[in-house]
Design a protein around this ligand. Structure first.
Ligand code: MN
Length: 711
């Protein structure tokens, strides 16, 4: 329990000239006003203002703030008026108490509407004096700590509001410890089952984690010491709510989250931060794309640090923050760290360049009359890692930064995602991969017969879109495997004068499926299509005697076989059918299929040496189906003299041949020769032949060859 003396002791630590007399008068008045009143916990009410005032000293706030903390509920809960506060304590403190009281009044009537109004009032108060918000944060903090005494409905409502408004404001003001505590306190009520699970699991593995932390600390410390860098290194488990958020965002189970521990390295100067980063990256392999330089580019709340993620000694991901002691102070205390140096002067955010954000918000609240609209705009700015976009009807959707129109479509409805063919952003047609910006209005264009593309996986960022696309590919793959397997079994049976449809009708095939422990005949087909078994393996018992086929009859039968017999290959779809990278067949080439185990059908050139080494049973006849939709990548090696302009001549010829150039590389040699490699998109073999001929006609060209290997 906090006593008045604790508050005095704390404030004198950072403000030896503090007006203790004023504090004492406030304490006496607060005690008098709240006498006889108890909180729902059964404790005397006075405990609450004492806790709030103590918390304000923890934020290193000035005397008027701490006095106002002691008095913050006196007007609200009693007969005392603001006029009287002004009379006893002056206009500054009266203004602070009035600001806090006004916000509290709105809190009483709680609904979606009033939440927006609360926020608006808070911003208004903030614009007058930022200290009102800091007092309000301390007030909410203690109320959250004692939330167990309220009804379950009230608990959830207040916890929600804390997550929606108070924690983000603390974050924006850079007071990370309050933000983190508020989130964890709220989490307990928002999803109590998950809260308990995560907390217990973290506690259970404490010993293991502690030894891991000291192992990594030791490695880091020794490495930095080698270069005479003095560093303070700490490791800790991440906060419960941040683990929970990660689980939700990435749709992971608790035990799938590897990086529950985070490390912090504090060194003497900015220069040393970058040095330490270099040494750490030489010690542990950095994970690409994870380095963030918040020293050069501080966050909106003044936060500065270097962030990196590396592969640790046990092959696990480790997040490391590197900063100076000053940066550390700001990262923990935020505006309060800044505040401390302003003791005695009235904090005016309008004059403070660092708080551009605050100024912006204050401007908005003047401009936006509708509170709901204000809430939305405010939210946009409160979470810089998220984008807020609008549906054509004006509904707001929240998406992670970098989300594309496809993510948006899936966020609205899975069906909309599956069918989307294009999108309009702010009325303009854009490519599906376009990243969205806050404030965009997005309209999704659909086609009822359209299907998702595997390529979408390259740019979508939300788990929902990823999961749904993968799921679709799996189903599609299975569909194709079944189809292919059925064709292969049918062909094998036909060779022996048997009929698949008869086997299905007689139930023979179902029995066969059961023998292979498949539930359905489709599963059996899929296993053949996917290359788990060959058709002959599956049909071994059905086909009476493995016929010995003579070389000659084999040749005859292969001549007799019409091309219609072959499995039709439509195009590159990246699903069951894949094209061998060793020979890159294109339409028009003579091809051969091979069922590779667990990978489905691979198509090779008929004369590809690789395919001849394979098991005959797994080879199948395939042929091209006329289809002009698909283009195939082909690599051409062009050798010739090192003449300027050769590259552009070859390029012109390729373009004239209506082929797309995907990539071009030129290597020149001291003997004045050059080798160029072009990767082009070809529709069929005759188009390729024409292009090759035209290139050969160029004077400087000595040779053109189609590269058969992917190297
Ligand atoms: Mn209060």
């Amino acid at each position: 329990m906090i006593r008045f003396n604790d508050i005095v002791e704390e404030i004198l630590k950072y403000n030896p000239q503090a007006d203790v007399d004023l504090l004492e008068r406030a304490y006496v008045l607060s005690a008098k006003v709240h006498r006889g009143t108890v909180r729902l916990s059964g404790e005397p009410y006075l405990i609450h203002p004492l806790e709030v005032a103590y918390m304000l000293t923890k934020m290193n706030l000035d005397v008027p703030s701490v006095v106002s903390g002691l008095l913050h509920d006196t007007v609200e809960d009693s007969y005392l008026t603001i006029e009287e506060i002004k009379e006893y304590f002056g206009p500054e403190i009266a203004g602070l108490v009035d600001g806090v009281t006004k916000i509290s009044r709105i809190e009483e009537q709680s609904s979606e509407e009033s939440r927006a109004e609360t926020l608006r009032k808070m911003i208004l108060a903030m614009s007058k004096d930022i200290r009102v918000i800091l007092i309000k944060l301390a007030d909410r903090y203690h109320n959250m700590e004692t939330l167990q005494f309220l009804s379950p409905e009230k608990q959830i409502e207040i916890a929600r509001e804390t997550l929606d408004i108070y924690a983000p404001i603390a974050h924006r003001l850079g007071i990370e410890w309050i933000k983190g505590d508020l989130e964890d306190l709220a989490f307990k009520y928002i999803d109590s089952a998950e809260y308990k699970t995560i907390r217990e699991s973290i506690a259970k593995r404490k010993k293991e984690r502690d030894s891991y932390i000291s192992e990594v600390k030791e490695l880091l410390k020794n490495r930095l010491a080698e270069f005479n860098l003095k560093a303070e290194i700490s490791g800790r488990a991440k906060r419960l709510y941040s683990i929970y958020r990660k689980m939700l965002q990435e749709e992971l189970a608790l035990d799938e989250i590897s990086d529950i521990t985070a490390f912090r390295v504090i060194v003497g100067s900015v220069k040393e931060c970058y040095e330490a980063l270099g040494y750490i990256h030489a010690l542990f392999k950095p994970i690409p794309g994870k380095f963030k330089d918040y020293i050069a580019l501080p966050k909106a709340n003044m936060y500065q640090s270097l962030h990196t993620a590396v592969i640790g000694p046990r092959g696990e991901k480790i997040e490391i923050q590197i900063r100076t002691p000053e940066m550390h102070k700001i990262s923990e205390e935020g505006i309060a760290a800044h505040w401390k140096y302003k003791e005695g002067s009235v904090f005016n955010p309008k004059e403070d360049k660092i708080f551009g954000w605050l100024r912006r918000v204050i401007e908005w609240q003047k401009e936006l009359k509708d509170s709901k609209e204000f809430l939305e705009i405010f939210k946009i700015d409160l979470f810089p890692d998220e984008v807020y976009v609008f549906t054509p009807k004006g509904d707001v959707r929240e998406l992670p930064k970098g989300a594309t129109t496809v993510d948006f479509a899936y966020a609205i409805h899975s069906e909309l995602g599956q069918r989307c063919v294009g999108a309009k952003v702010n009325g303009k047609l854009v490519p599906l991969r376009t990243p969205l910006q806050s404030g965009d209005t997005v309209e999704v264009l659909t086609n009822p017969t359209h299907k998702p593309s595997k390529d979408w996986l390259k740019f979508v960022v939300t788990s929902k879109a990823k999961t749904k696309i993968r799921q679709w590919i799996k189903e599609e793959q299975r569909g194709r495997s079944i189809e292919l397997g059925r064709t292969l079994i049918d062909k094998e049976l036909a060779k022996h004068g048997l009929s698949l449809s008869k086997m299905v009708k007689s139930g023979e095939l179902q029995t066969l499926a059961k023998e292979f422990s498949f539930e359905t005949t489709d599963d059996l087909f899929a296993s053949v299509g996917y290359g788990l078994y060959t058709a002959l393996q599956v049909l071994g018992k059905v086909i009476p005697e493995p016929e010995k086929v003579s070389r000659i009859s084999k040749i005859i039968s292969s001549i007799k076989k019409s091309r219609d017999d072959a499995v039709k290959i439509k195009g590159i779809d990246g699903l069951v059918v894949r094209f061998a990278r060793c020979c890159n067949p294109i339409p028009g080439d003579t091809i051969l299929g091979f069922i590779s185990r667990g990978r489905g059908l691979t198509v090779h050139l008929a004369d590809c040496p690789n395919v001849h080494a394979y098991d005959d049973q797994r080879k199948i006849e395939v042929s091209w189906q006329d289809n002009k939709e698909y283009a195939y990548p082909v690599k051409l090696r062009v050798q010739g003299g090192d003449k300027k302009g050769l590259l552009s001549e070859v390029t012109n010829v390729i373009t004239a041949g209506k082929a797309n150039i995907l990539n071009a590389q030129v290597m020149t040699y001291p003997d004045r020769t050059a080798t160029s490699i072009f990767e082009i998109e070809i529709v069929n073999a005759s188009q390729l032949q024409k292009i090759v001929k035209s290139i050969q006609k160029i004077k400087e060209v000595r040779s053109v060859e189609r590269m058969r290997s992917s190297a």
